[in-house]
Design a protein around this ligand. Structure first.
Ligand code: ADP
Ligand code: MG
Ligand code: ZN
Length: 476
């Protein structure tokens, strides 16, 4: 551990407003190019931007959910650069006075709580999209995305490993989804991340020279890109060379980063206050009104689940990834009790089936009451846990309830002592060798007998009774 790693992340999250940030165009994607545009968002001269109130509210909501200070007055600025997808030649963004500052997001690493500082959250407009070689040798520009409201969320350089970076992004995404301000879907490009990383000799107070990796489009790739970059920088320093401050691109196929351009400085952008927009003033009362719309957040929910349902931290973390999943868990427990059993079913079979079908929990074909009904049947000894797996899959695919399936398929658990004893007798008779060995002290064979009995009963024998009766029979 010669070096320590320092990481700071800049996240761009698209806000899920109905209209763009400075005009009334719809923020709808997958439409014919340039059909969601107007003179404002295509940058015609003489037009004026009008601030979208909802976009400000959503940013304030995000600031509150990440424990930021909300600036009562904040200003917009022009960030000047030339690129074909930016029709005005500048992006309206915020510079000196962002909406929110000094917050934090909690992450759990190795079972320990850590707070990652949020430097600032500001509001800005998105650019359009260049479509290269869309027509023969030409590049075309689609401005449907131009003017979509974006939040930039900048973290402090508090992150010390690629795993922490991934954890931070995951938690930030959950928060944005809980408060319903962004889809925050990395693959769809509405949650984009630039990762800044540097290394320094262990124990050193000064920050090393950083590189910035642009627009990596999945959690896995952020981690991979950082891992690669940390190794690359260490090799440079080991060889007596210096890290050059620059912007790099990650190639997900090769798993390497490569230089894209030298890092631009703030003065390259010639920032100045946006003359067409007045400062955004937010009264304390408005902030309090927005605060009231914030639901219980993932961290609080996780802590409550551990306390209220006595489930492990790990389960609580998984179950609170999404509000809908957490609600599903609570609705099921309310009917069936047995929180840990419910958690196991949700994280196991249910998640497996949902993933296989590519379905979100919101569209789960098994209602919480139905899962609760099945768990109650296990509880009451009507079906075994093993049989329940078959029943559950059947519930998932047919939409029938557990009771109906059990009846139709004759899956009721056998808890009749006489019937189980009869099966055990058969098994013992059919395996005289093993029986002798077991009786001579080879106790490991017990599992073999349980397996044989369960098989002979087609999985329907009550496992507890099988254990009990087998012990008795084998010892005698
Ligand atoms: P810019 O806007 O030019 O990218 P910022 O000062 O806004 O620069 O910083 C961007 C991000 O880089 C922040 O998340 C910050 O925490 C991180 N950062 C700054 N210095 C370092 C460093 N030496 N090593 C790693 N990350 C850093
Ligand atoms: Mg940057
Ligand atoms: Zn428009």
């Amino acid at each position: 551990m010669k070096y320590e790693t320092v990481i700071g992340l800049e996240v761009h999250a698209q806000l899920q407003t109905n209209t763009k940030i400075f005009c009334g165009c719809e923020t709808k994607f997958g439409e014919e190019p340039n059909t969601r545009t107007c003179p404002v968002c295509i940058g015609m001269p003489g037009v004026l931007p009008v601030m979208n109130r909802r976009a400000v509210e959503y940013s304030v909501k995000t600031g509150l959910a990440t424990h930021c200070t909300i600036n009562p007055s904040s200003r917009f600025a022009r960030k000047n650069y030339f690129y074909p997808d930016l029709p005005k030649g500048y992006q309206i963004s915020q510079y000196e006075l962002p909406l929110c500052e000094n917050g934090n997001v909690e992450i759990v690493v190795d079972g320990k709580l850590k707070r990652i500082g949020i430097t600032r959250i500001h509001l800005e407009e998105d650019a359009g999209k260049n479509l290269h070689q869309a027509a023969g040798n030409a590049s075309l520009v689609d401005l449907n995305r131009a003017g979509t409201p974006l939040m930039e969320i900048v973290s402090e350089p508090d992150i010390t490993s690629p795993e922490e970076a991934s954890e931070y992004l995951k938690n930030l995404r959950s928060i944005l989804r809980y408060i319903e301000v962004s889809d925050a879907d990395m693959e769809k490009g509405n949650f984009r991340c630039d990762a800044n990383v540097s290394i320094r000799p262990a124990g050193s107070k000064e920050l090393g020279t950083r590189t910035e990796i642009k627009n990596v489009n999945s959690f896995k790739f952020v981690q991979k890109a950082l891992e690669y970059e940390i190794k690359r920088q260490a090799k440079l320093l080991d060889g007596g060379e210096r890290v050059v401050q620059e912007t790099r691109l990650f190639d997900s196929e090769k798993g390497v980063t490569s230089s894209m351009r030298s890092k631009e400085e703030a003065h390259d952008y010639r920032y100045f206050p946006e003359p067409d927009l007045v400062p955004v003033m937010i009264a304390q009362g408005e902030i309090e009104d927005i605060r009231k719309t914030i639901p219980e957040l993932p961290d609080a929910k996780r802590a409550r689940f551990v306390k209220e349902y006595a489930i492990p931290e790990y389960d609580a973390d998984m179950l609170t990834q999404s509000k809908a999943l957490a609600a599903y868990f609570e609705a099921t427990v309310k009917k069936s009790g047995n929180p840990k059993v419910v958690s196991n079913w949700i994280m196991g079979e249910l998640t497996r089936l949902l993933n296989a079908a590519g379905v979100e929990i919101e569209a789960c074909p098994v209602a919480p009451e139905r899962l609760a009904g099945m768990i109650t049947m296990i509880d009451e000894g009507v079906i075994s846990t093993k049989i329940a797996k078959t029943v559950f899959e059947e519930m998932y695919t047919t939409g029938k309830d557990a009771g109906t399936i059990v009846k139709e398929k004759g899956l009721v658990q056998v808890s009749d002592t006489g019937a189980i004893e009869a099966i055990i007798d058969e098994v013992i008779q059919a395996n005289p060798g093993q029986t002798t060995e077991y009786r001579a002290g080879k106790e490991k064979l017990f599992g073999f007998f349980v397996g044989q009995v369960m098989k002979a009963s087609k999985g329907k024998a009550n496992p507890d009774m099988v254990n009990q009766l087998l012990k008795k029979k084998l010892s005698g």
